[in-house]
Design a protein around this ligand. Sequence first.
Ligand code: UD1
Length: 425
Amino acid sequence: MDRFRVVGGARLVGDVSVVGAKNSVLKLMAAALLTSGTTVLTNVPRIIDVSIMAEVLRRLDCAVDIDDAAGTVRIDVPAMPRHETDYDMVRRMRASIAVLGPLVARCGQARVALPGGDNIGSRGLDMHIAGLARMGATIDSEHGYLVARADRLRGATVWLDFPSVGATENLLMAAVLADGSSVIDNAAREPEIVDLCQFLGQMGAKIDGAGSSTLEIQGVSELTPTRHTTVPDRIVAGTFAIAAVLTRGDIVVRGARAEHLELPLDKLAQTGAEIELVPDGFRVRMTRRPRSVDVVTLPYPGFPTDLQPQVIALAAISDGAAMVTENVFEGRFRFINELIRLGADIRTDGHHAVIRGRTGLSGAPVQATDVRAGAGLVLAGLVADGATEVHDVFHIDRGYEDLVGQLCSLGADVRREPGPILPPG
Ligand code: UD1
């Protein structure tokens, strides 16, 4: 397993470009199942999760062609795809469950392995299941599989207990082919949901309210394949914005949409950074030690939980104390013990973390526990004294296209090294 060796101290300066969002493209790929024929997605990130979703689709009898040079994925869906996704795939990537809604809508049944727990908390499926049941599906749990069956789903009104991104997406993809109209209330409002709505709309789906808490869907009997450009990755863009502040640097983030990062950019402005909109992105410049700011994670348009580890890394070297409250994933503070290994002064109590900023951190070996925690540790390494080795970087590769190359182009001293070969057993 590879690791990143980060030597702290460089001020990051220059331009970076972000490509399409992992959290959008995976669902767009799943949504391609809603019709036979050829779907083409552009602005696709070169990340491992896209390869995993391609494999999920191939096992459903789709032909998937990833063109890394062009940043495109072409998906050919047969007239009747298979309808089973096994544990091997779901274990590798939890987002594989995004095929559940499309398969039951399109094939009348879906067998999708139940994901186990993962590193960021329990992440239940109850809202996905309750919503599909309300649309008339029968749902059983058999031998580790969730089995959903419905000759044709019927439109229904679903009130989500919490604006879950995954449940909103699965229910939306099911509702577009249901008989009659559906309402998803307390729906997630993330830009990736809006992207999915636009994609489905291009396929012929009838959806009102994209980007609001109430999605109204008029089911249609069939959809047609389309070509679509993936929305830019706001989390990757936000990671570079935080890196600029942390290293007292000056970074222009291109290919990004500042309007998807209003709250994070406002928080960075409160730390003392200068934020400027530029054509096709934004510029973040910092000339002094950042001030601490409090952050509360919430569903969009709240502060994204996927930027929480990065903002905790920032607070670790900021002037003053900050309280960060995590409201989305219960296990998202697990990486804090790794940050403490770098000398950060952090106390947690339930879903609150109090970070007392220090003037510096001290490089050490640490372990990435999930993709965003990994990014947070790399950022901390950029300002730590000496070398920080971040282990288990396959987590980072899941969501960041060539993070090492991009940081190096901004002047960071980061390299990828093969991990130690451990003896068997
Ligand atoms: C997606 C993103 C992830 C991001 C998260 C929140 C992908 C691949 N992942 O994850 O990067 O951090 O949105 O923005 O897009 N929950 C239930 N029951 C359910 C569904 C969810 O209890 O049926 C809970 C989860 O345990 C979690 C919370 O709701 O505590 C949020 O989950 P959700 O919004 O569904 O996140 P994901 O779609 O898994």
